[in-house]
Design a binder for this molecule. Sequence first.
Ligand code: DQA
Length: 144
Amino acid sequence: MKILIINGPNLARLDIRDSTIYGNLSYTDLVALIQAGAKTEGFEIDIRQSNEEAEIIGWLHEAADAHLPVIINPAAFTHYSYAIRDAAELLKAPLIEVHLSNPMAREEFRHTSVISGIAKGTITGFGPGSYLLALRAMRNLLGK
Ligand code: DQA
């Protein structure tokens, strides 16, 4: 079974982001970890990263057309992109929102997610483990 994993802006530069918040993993390391987790859960994954709202919206449209389940870390778009929310709402299969950090324990502007309301669930604060938990949750959701 195939799932799409989407990472939003600045996540490809984990190497230079605040390591006290995002840890020491590079984006390449994160992708390798997610790929290993997907294999464990029996998923074939397509993992993509973009800094652009329009590109992410296009990928969500693709996933809607293909009935693909999606795991998304919308990064900063989480907090204000109604356009990504509207696109995510078109999905036919479940969407799980993930975050490396726990936005609720950070600045106030991160306390709002415009995505959570249309997600099946949200997993935050476990570093790369958030993605592994999301893969496990997706497997349970899809009854595999
Ligand atoms: C993030 C949290 C967001 O608030 C932030 O803008 C990010 C990363 C996370 O994974 O913890 O870029 O989505």
